[in-house]
Design a binder for this molecule. Structure first.
Ligand SMILES: [Ca+2]
Length: 91
């Protein structure tokens, strides 16, 4: 199966819809150490649960950090995550 950005986003959207009732719940679930930041490892776990192939998870997590980590902290905080969700997941 070929992976495209669209397919990955659809998988993430499906995960959000099936597993969580709102974006905050998803963020808190993946923020395993509760420091308010999602690390690259946390993003890879999100991608794993979204059934994105293990072959490309690292690459996609890297891409997500580059695109959404506006503060360049190397992690995605709640404000940044909210932007991601609102950009890609239709209410
Ligand atoms: Ca964290």
């Amino acid at each position: 199966m070929a992976w495209s950005k669209e397919k990955i986003l659809i998988n993430i959207e499906n995960l959000m819809r099936s597993k969580f009732t709102n974006p905050k719940e998803a963020f808190e679930y993946f923020d395993t150490d509760n420091d308010g930041q999602l690390t690259k490892a946390d993003l890879k776990q999100l991608l794993k649960e979204a059934k994105v192939s293990s072959l490309i998870r690292g690459l996609v997590a890297e891409f997500m950090l580059n695109e959404f980590d506006k503060s360049k902290s190397g992690t995605v905080n709640w404000e940044e995550f909210k932007t991601v969700v609102h950009t890609y997941v239709k209410e």
